[in-house]
Design a binder for this molecule. Structure first.
Ligand SMILES: Nc1ncnc2c1ncn2[C@@H]1O[C@H](COP(=O)(O)OP(=O)(O)OP(=O)(O)O)[C@@H](O)[C@H]1O
Ligand SMILES: [Mg+2]
Length: 314
């Protein structure tokens, strides 16, 4: 596929909508492909004719621009946070694809963890005002409250993991963190804190799962319990397994889906996998987007499938 490819599936233009759809890309661990996924999903959407803004929120370790073949932009989120720049739009930097713009993350030690609540809410509101069909956010690694909030408040929260035990464990840790964050929000919203405490105290066995906890709340107060369950059920993280080499690697996504349902009562949506492909580091080395450098790579088919799956859900 090339930039001016005539394949209709890459050229179906859809009129801009009032507020952009936000897709946040996160994951517990570093180096699992978050920036690769953000960059290439953004490009796929841009090639389909959508107006896209890719934002690097990996404050402190920003490198999304490299994956998109863009030089480090002059103005970054640091300038916005330090009020040198007053409008988020001023940070929009063009990329070789006219439908795709990028907002680069801070290059200093600001760090997303240090973003104050006020800043976070302001950035989220301003993102929703951007003139685009889609805004994709590279969240960087970690499970700080800010990262979790950007993940939860997105229209789609996408998790990237590698098919190896440490990465899978980190992904579960991330899911556990968003579960607790969402539970806390629901607790405040529905004022069910005491009920949850009571359910926790009523633990019968040592190994009660979060799913069983909600069951206990439903037993004690069906109305509140169901409302709580409804809030939690809005959490439907999307999962991408990156760097797969075997069918067993691909199948890990299905097992993780089952575990999440059983343990957390959360519907993890396995939206696809990406093959391990040496062309990735070659494109990174050449500082060119994979999608442009290796249009015939099998990975492009993987991205194509994932983006269509995500679009059907939007
Ligand atoms: N499918 C793949 N095939 C081959 N190599 C890959 C693949 N995905 C990622 N890589 C390699 O892993 C490296 C890390 O990927 P990437 O920078 O996207 O991860 P990240 O999650 O954004 O990392 P960080 O948390 O450090 O920002 C890339 O430079 C690339 O060389
Ligand atoms: Mg990254």
């Amino acid at each position: 596929m090339s930039r001016d490819n005539q394949d209709p599936k890459w050229n179906q233009y859809i009129a801009p909508q009032s507020a952009p759809k936000i897709w946040s890309i996160g994951g517990g661990k570093g180096g699992v492909g978050k920036s690769l996924v953000t960059a290439n999903l953004s490009l796929c959407l841009a090639l389909m004719g959508y107006k896209v803004v890719a934002i690097d929120l990996d404050l402190g370790g920003a490198n999304l621009h490299t994956c998109l073949g863009v030089h480090i932009p002059e103005k970054t989120l640091s300038d916005y946070l330090s009020k040198k720049v007053h409008h988020l739009e001023e940070l929009l930097t063009p990329t070789p694809n006219e439908n795709l713009q990028i907002i680069s993350g801070a290059q200093d030690d600001v760090g997303i963890a240090n973003l104050k609540q006020m800043h976070k809410t302001k950035i989220l509101n301003k993102i929703r005002e951007l003139e685009a069909d889609f805004v994709l956010i590279d969240l960087g690694a970690g499970t700080t409250f800010n990262t979790l909030d950007f993940f939860i408040s997105a229209d789609q929260g996408i998790l990237t993991t590698l098919p190896e035990p440490t990465s899978i464990e980190n992904t579960y840790r991330f899911i556990k963190s968003i579960y607790h964050r969402k539970l806390k929000m629901a607790e405040d919203l529905l004022e069910v804190g005491p009920l949850i405490d009571q359910a926790m105290n009523a633990k019968i066995t040592q190994n009660n799962t979060p799913a069983q906890l909600i069951g206990k709340v439903i037993e004690m107060n069906p109305d509140m319990g169901h409302r709580l369950q409804n809030e939690i059920s809005q959490l439907v993280p999307k999962l991408i397994i990156n760097q797969v080499r075997t069918q067993a690697d691909i199948d890990i996504g299905f097992s993780m889906k089952i575990v999440c349902k059983k343990y957390f009562g959360i519907n993890l949506d396995y939206v696809g996998y990406l093959e391990y492909d040496a062309s990735v580091w070659q494109s990174v080395k050449r500082r060119k987007p994979l999608l442009m450098e290796f249009p015939n790579s099998g990975l492009i088919q993987n991205f194509d499938r994932i983006v269509h799956r995500l679009l059907n859900l939007t």
